[in-house]
Design a protein around this ligand. Structure first.
Ligand code: SPD
Length: 371
């Protein structure tokens, strides 16, 4: 079984880490290793590229004693040539839902860990960085957000963060996998408490379908808290998805989309930005934060606004420090503050060079004298 998976991927991957596929005419084309299409062309491989705990260590992505699989999976197209391991104290849950494999384990260094299809989604220790940034970057960039939609986010952490904003009247969440919600309620109560907020309306199902039926202009903000663009989340980085979001946002409404690692996925980021620049007629910016248990230790966020009142993503118009008890609501903020907000838009020189479309946002950082 594993041999089959190994051979499948070998067929696609060349020595330079690029993936060979076909453009439909039978002609081979080269796809950057970070491109989501890489894994799409062999769904069977996806199904087998899942989590394993070997000798008390969880490794991301798949590890195996089988030599072929080892060679191939440690060159996983999403993050070739590397893996991050966590020491496992106890496996608490492992089951296959209709969509993916769901694993929860107790790690010795980061508390409990939620893993979907072999990829770490969150740990108790560092989840604050991701959930707080993906939520407050957009919501602090507009005045008085009222209607918010979360796509994915079945663990409830983003809901917990949105609830800090007292201006918010309604929070829709569309998560495809009921098992993720149930598992979070059982093993991650500090995140799942987000579901207890009376403003939350849960929809279990496909987000694209949900958005197609959403009233035009309904939302002030949409937050896409998805897993990586393989498996169930694959469509969530493609044009039709962004079009449905833009339609569901009010003029001057904002999107914050999980946008991978600037160290590993500049092609994917560039693609997402190019698509979003065409669809969202306001600002399009990239921010990032440190999350030690994600590949390369960072995660990015793509922020877009629709045509309408202009949005300055870099300098928060609605600072969280001025929002009554937002800092302490339910759980004290651990990571986000207005300084981290502004800093998140500062980009390393290599990113500015490689992702051309990113140049303009860091220009709106208020200039400070550098000694
Ligand atoms: N590479 C992992 C990216 C995971 C993003 N989603 C995390 C879900 C936490 N609410």
């Amino acid at each position: 079984m594993e041999d089959g998976a190994g051979r499948g991927l070998e067929r696609q991957m060349s020595m330079d880490g690029k993936v060979n596929s076909s453009n439909g005419s039978g002609k081979a084309i080269s796809i950057p290793s970070c491109c989501l299409k890489a894994k799409l062309s062999d769904p069977e491989t996806d199904a087998k590229c899942h989590s394993t705990v070997v000798s008390g260590w969880f490794s991301e992505p798949h590890s195996s004693s089988n030599e072929t699989v080892k060679k191939v999976y440690f060159n996983n197209p999403m993050w070739p040539g590397e893996t991050h391991s966590l020491k496992v104290e106890k496996v608490l849950f492992k089951e296959k839902s209709k969509y993916q494999e769901v694993l929860v384990f107790q790690s010795s260094a980061y508390g409990r860990v939620l893993v979907l299809d072999g990829i770490v989604q969150l740990t108790e220790k560092d989840e604050c960085a991701y959930q707080e940034m993906i939520t407050h970057l957009p919501l602090c960039s507009i005045e008085s957000p009222q209607n918010v939609l979360v796509v994915g986010g079945g663990d409830g952490g983003v809901l917990r963060e949105i609830a800090r904003h007292s201006s918010v009247k309604s929070i829709d969440i569309c998560e495809i996998d009921q098992m993720v919600i149930d598992v979070s309620k059982k093993f991650f109560p500090e995140l799942a408490l987000g579901f207890e907020d009376p403003r939350v309306h849960l929809h279990v199902g496909d987000a694209i379908e949900f958005l197609r039926h959403a009233p035009k202009g309904k939302y002030d903000a949409v937050i896409v808290d998805s897993s990586d663009p393989v498996g169930p989340a694959q469509e969530l980085v493609e044009r039709p998805f962004f079009e449905t979001i833009a339609r569901a946002l009010r003029p001057g409404g904002v999107l914050c989309n999980m946008a991978e690692s600037m160290w590993l996925h500049t092609h994917l980021i560039q693609d997402m930005i190019s698509i979003c620049r065409e669809i969202f007629k306001g600002s399009v910016c990239y921010a990032w934060a440190s999350v030690p248990t994600y590949p390369s230790g960072v995660i990015g966020f793509l922020l877009c606004s629709t045509d309408g009142p202009s949005v300055d993503f870099v300098n928060p118009i609605n600072p969280i420090e001025k929002m009554g008890d937002a800092l302490e609501y339910r759980r004290r903020l651990k990571f986000y503050n207005s300084e981290m907000h502004r800093a998140a838009f500062s980009l390393p020189s290599f990113v500015k060079r490689e992702v051309e479309a990113l140049r303009d946002c860091s220009n709106s950082l208020k200039k400070v004298d550098i000694q």
